[in-house]
Design a protein around this ligand. Structure first.
Ligand code: ZN
Length: 339
């Protein structure tokens, strides 16, 4: 029996295969339940007890070597098999399921594209900001409620390091570094200390536009707003401006567009007014220009800002803000056609 084992051992060590089928045949020949080694194991029962130890050792060695060899052969050609003549480059590929862009990204891109066509460049800034860029430079009074702990996230215990509450901080950063003409659009994420509900979230997204040059007037602002509204919501869209207040603009206004659901006739969505509010805007406050090193006697400018969630809601009727950050694939897939 030992001779038989030795012959097999030699056979195993000299094995060669050309493809997976041959390898499988060898595996069956040696290692399967009805293979050579199993057969020897069966015969092992009949070996006289004084020889069992010696025969057992040889048998175990054979089993080990055979397994090792088969594994080795498999490793050797597993890579080659793919690049053989069987490779068909004309075959239809497996269908690839593509992801979809997030609705907020779709709308952000659309807004940036519209302003891009008017010559606005994209500017970005840090989300962790200091008090100066978020509040002080933008003409917020020392006791302005927005500085309150209720509204703003502070980083550790340092009251001057905060998460930005609006993207206006990017405007400040650009104006500090660059003299007019400045024509920028700043998209980004902002943070406010709000309880999360269907209409409020602790983080959301804004886009702000800023134009500073000589002789910029409110009429220029209005023209840009009308252009934007028509591009974004359709050529039939009308706009109206209502006086408002922001610390960083004077005069300030809020812009409504004619309700794109009922065409201005009045419906539940527009609370039967025919108008829906979409953004805030105004002429940049002279104090803001001066704070950033731009001479307000020579230059003037306008700024406008809107929430991307708000615009997305108007375009796609998403009535629960939380859906935007829950990563529910059923929600995200609804925007496949908008990609
Ligand atoms: Zn309506």
């Amino acid at each position: 029996m030992i001779d038989r084992i030795k012959t097999l051992l030699q056979e195993v060590e000299e094995l060669k295969v050309a493809n997976a089928d041959e390898l499988e045949a060898l595996r069956i020949k040696y290692l399967s339940k009805k293979g050579e080694i199993s057969r020897l194991m069966n015969d092992f029962r009949n070996v006289a007890s004084e020889h069992k130890k010696e025969v057992g050792q040889h048998l175990n060695l054979l089993k080990e070597k055979a397994q090792q060899k088969i594994n080795e052969l498999r490793d050797n050609f597993s890579g080659e098999d793919v690049s053989s003549d069987d490779l068909d480059l004309t075959r239809t590929p497996y269908p690839i399921t593509l992801g979809t862009r997030h609705p907020l990204s779709i709308v952000k891109k659309e807004i940036c594209d519209i302003f891009g066509r008017l010559g606005f460049n994209i500017a970005e800034g840090p989300e962790i900001e200091d008090d100066w860029h978020v509040f002080s430079s933008l003409n917020f009074a020392e006791d302005h409620p927005a500085r309150d702990m209720q509204d703003t996230f502070f980083i550790s215990h340092d009251p001057t390091v905060i998460l930005r509450t609006h993207t206006s901080s990017v405007q400040t950063r650009v104006m500090e570094k660059q003299q007019p003409p400045i024509r920028i659009i700043c998209p980004g994420r902002v943070y406010r200390n709000e309880a999360i509900s269907y209409r409020a979230h602790c983080f959301f997204h804004q886009v702000e536009a800023l134009y500073v040059d000589k002789n910029v007037s409110f009429a220029d602002l209005k023209q840009v707003l009308l252009f934007f509204a028509k591009e974004m919501f359709g050529t039939d869209t009308r706009i109206r401006l209502r006086p408002s207040y922001f610390p960083f603009t004077e005069p300030s206004a809020e812009m409504d567009i004619s309700c794109n659901l009922c065409g201005g006739k009045g419906c539940a969505f527009c609370k039967h007014t025919g108008w829906v509010e979409i953004l805030g805007c105004g002429m940049v406050h002279p104090n803001v220009l001066d704070n950033c090193g731009i001479d307000s006697k020579i230059y003037s400018g306008y700024a406008l800002g809107m929430g991307i969630e708000r615009i997305t809601n108007l375009k796609y009727r998403v009535n629960d803000l939380r859906l935007f950050s829950e990563n529910d694939i059923r929600f995200l897939r609804e925007f496949e056609s908008a990609n």
